[in-house]
Design a protein around this ligand. Structure first.
Ligand code: GYE
Length: 306
């Protein structure tokens, strides 16, 4: 009946779980640290862990989830590369009776819901991260007028949508700040560098770069340096993640701030799976609290960075 069909698939308590982690790509340190975090907890959580890598293709990620369903995994942890493209994978796993936990990115909440189609979303508040980056800029920008270039993450991904929303709404309230260009760099260092090189031609008067992640920010810093600019002096760079390269750039004065977005989901994934199997309630959004890295504290955190 209707009630039964709206129930999430149960998970039996067992000595060992077959767990799938369907990673989307491994082309940056954040993704590698996240995958490693799952591998690190597998043994102590009694998981037989299967990891796939969709190599940046949402279609392959759907196929990877398909094969995990076919193999009869007990549970699937999924970081959906794009908000819409991965919805069929979520629905199919649920129909097959396999509980799905979204990690680090969301699917479109108008279509698929936590507590109904999947168990929970484990991750950060991306709107808040964008607001925090913008507020740091408002508090620390020293020029008269800020012309901002925004490098967006992967088109159609929840962190790109939400980091843009949070940042843009704070900037819209500032009389002296304007976003003069906003374009996707696909969360990648190389693409970020190329997009920045192109945008610099059209907007040589840029004062600030806001990148949706550190990899693109590092790419932008390279493009700024190649163009003869001094990042941190001529152009202020603000970003999100807190990678080792970003903390190093902050220490070297090339980057102003990196708002943390932690990739270390293994321990929380273990805890949530155990609670779910024990029949305990799992909140629809298992929220990760993020810190902020600046010149004041970057050196204190570089040793634990990835
Ligand atoms: O910021 C980025 C990664 O989804 C929160 O994806 C994650 C983002 C992270 O590629 O570096």
């Amino acid at each position: 009946g209707l009630a039964a069909s709206q129930q999430l698939p149960p998970l039996e308590q067992k000595d060992s779980y077959r767990v799938g982690f369907a990673q989307m790509e491994s082309n940056n340190p954040w993704r590698i640290a996240e995958t490693q975090s799952f591998r690190d907890v597998a043994e102590q959580c009694n998981w037989k862990l299967t990891v796939t890598d969709a190599a940046g293709s949402a279609a392959k990620q759907v196929a990877d989830v398909d094969s995990m369903i076919a193999q009869g995994m007990d549970a699937i942890f999924l970081p959906p590369r794009e908000e819409r493209a991965l919805i069929p994978a979520v629905m199919k796993a649920r129909a097959a009776g396999i509980p799905v936990f979204l990690v680090d990115r969301q699917v479109d909440p108008a279509v698929a819901k936590a507590g109904e189609h999947y168990v929970a979303f484990l991750g950060s508040d991306f709107v808040e991260q964008g607001q925090t980056a913008a507020q740091w800029l408002v508090d620390n920008f020293e020029g008269d007028e800020a012309r901002i270039i925004e490098l967006e993450g992967t088109t159609g991904s929840s962190p790109a949508n939400d980091r843009k929303q949070g940042f843009d709404e704070v900037i819209a309230e500032q009389d002296n700040m304007t976003i003069i260009a906003s374009q996707s760099g696909d969360f990648s260092r190389d693409t970020g560098r190329q997009v920045m090189e192109t945008l610099l031609q059209a907007h040589p008067n840029v004062d600030v770069v806001y990148a949706h992640n550190d990899e693109m920010a590092i790419g932008a810093i390279q493009a700024l340096e190649v163009s003869g600019r001094t990042p941190g002096e001529d152009v202020l760079v603000v970003s999100i993640d807190g990678t080792r390269d970003a903390l190093r750039a902050i220490i070297n004065g090339k980057m102003g701030v990196s708002v943390e977005s932690s990739p270390f989901f293994g321990p929380v994934a273990c805890d949530v799976l155990n609670r779910y199997a024990a029949g305990e309630p799992v909140e629809p959004w298992v929220r990760v609290e993020d810190r902020i890295f600046t010149a004041d504290n970057a050196a204190d955190h570089i040793d634990e960075a990835y």
